[in-house]
Design a protein around this ligand. Structure first.
Ligand code: ADP
Ligand code: MG
Length: 336
């Protein structure tokens, strides 16, 4: 994704600390987001993502440290700041018993848009988020994806220049996730500064210009998605061959153009980088097929948050997370 308009800094956080007794939710967090860019805060459950969003959106006061959003201090300018931002997240403010339209209209009133503008804005957003048909039904009957879209629409009612999305796609099925990504793309193309949190490396890669990896309330790594992937390694293909002979032939065939093939003779498994993802996988399968070789198992494994943490910290994310990225499998496909 290109960087749009780098005129200034939209979000600056310096040394944010927030302790709950012994729990160090934030432990000296520093963050900077340029105007018109997308920053992803990537981290496992409990890393401090929501706490960061809450501090930056004035919902929570840090113990120490300072932060400004759109040039306004999160403590001393809190009221004015709130009118310049949109927030959408896990703690969704959507009212179940109101319709989609009524929810958006209500947000417009809260932002003092006035009755006429609030209604017009609600209709406009329902259209934009593909909720026109559902707009006059109570939210109670909405699917997970529809709720997220409505929640996101709510964050946009006042057309804020800075937007915060806390785990926008967690819990959504792959289809709904892709739809939501497309909506987020549009926002970003329009110049909105976006800070989003996620547990998915794939999502950070897809949406963000820059990524800050957060662990125990501090940023442990920052850079572009490419920086991070070059440290962690990109997608790879895992193949299992039927015989030792097939394995050595496969190494010979795939080793030439792709390079970096590793083979394990005892398990008859072969691994190679998938620079073009599924295309590399299908090319590899075709090349083998031409020589009469069909693997007993073939899968495409994308690097996950766990891979990032192993690389950066030497340990896996905590066991209670559900932070595994989707692993796309082909044919017999084992989930690695
Ligand atoms: N109100 C609270 N009281 C006590 N502990 C909290 C509170 N809010 C968050 N925490 C703790 O702070 C840490 C960071 O939480 P959070 O910011 O929600 O992480 P994330 O959003 O990355 O999952 C976690 O250990 C969490 O249990
Ligand atoms: Mg959270």
């Amino acid at each position: 994704m290109g960087r749009r308009g780098d005129s200034g800094t939209a979000i600056v956080a310096t040394g944010l600390v927030k302790h709950y007794g012994d729990v160090h939710a934030l432990d000296g967090l520093d963050l900077e987001v340029q105007e018109g860019t997308v920053m992803a805060l990537l981290g496992p459950n409990g890393a401090g993502k929501t706490t960061t969003i809450r501090v930056l959106t004035t919902l929570l006061k840090a113990d120490t440290g300072t932060a400004t959003v759109a040039g306004l201090d999160v403590v001393t300018d809190a009221a004015e700041l709130r009118s310049r931002i949109g927030v959408s997240g896990q703690y969704s403010a959507v009212d179940e018993y109101l319709t989609g339209f009524e929810n958006l209209d209500m947000v417009g009133r809260l932002y003092h848009l006035g009755a006429k503008r609030s209604r017009a804005r609600a209709r406009e957003l329902l259209e934009r988020f593909d909720l026109v048909d559902a707009g006059d039904r109570p939210v109670k009957g909405y699917s997970g994806g529809m709720r997220r879209r409505l929640d996101l629409a709510g964050a946009l009612v006042a057309d804020p220049p800075v937007l915060f999305l806390d785990e926008p796609t967690t819990g959504l099925d792959p289809r709904a996730r892709i739809d939501l990504w497309a909506v987020i793309d549009e926002l970003v193309a329009a110049g909105t500064t976006l800070l989003l949190t996620t547990q998915y490396l794939e999502e950070a890669d897809r949406l963000a210009d820059r990524i800050a990896v957060i662990d125990h309330g501090v940023v442990i790594e920052r850079g572009t998605a490419d920086d991070l992937k070059s440290r962690v390694g990109g997608s790879r293909i895992d193949l299992t061959l039927a015989t030792a002979e097939d394995l050595s032939t496969a190494v010979e065939i795939l080793g030439r153009p792709a390079g970096e093939v590793t083979a394990d003779e005892s398990s008859r498994r072969l691994t190679l980088p998938a620079s073009d993802g599924a295309i590399t996988l299908s090319d590899a399968l075709l090349a083998l097929r031409e020589r009469g070789i069909v693997p007993t198992d073939a899968s495409l494994a994308k690097p996950s948050l766990d891979d990032v943490f192993l690389t950066l910290t030497g340990r896996a994310t905590a066991d209670d997370t559900d932070a595994t990225d989707a692993t796309a499998s082909a044919s017999t496909g084992s989930a690695r």
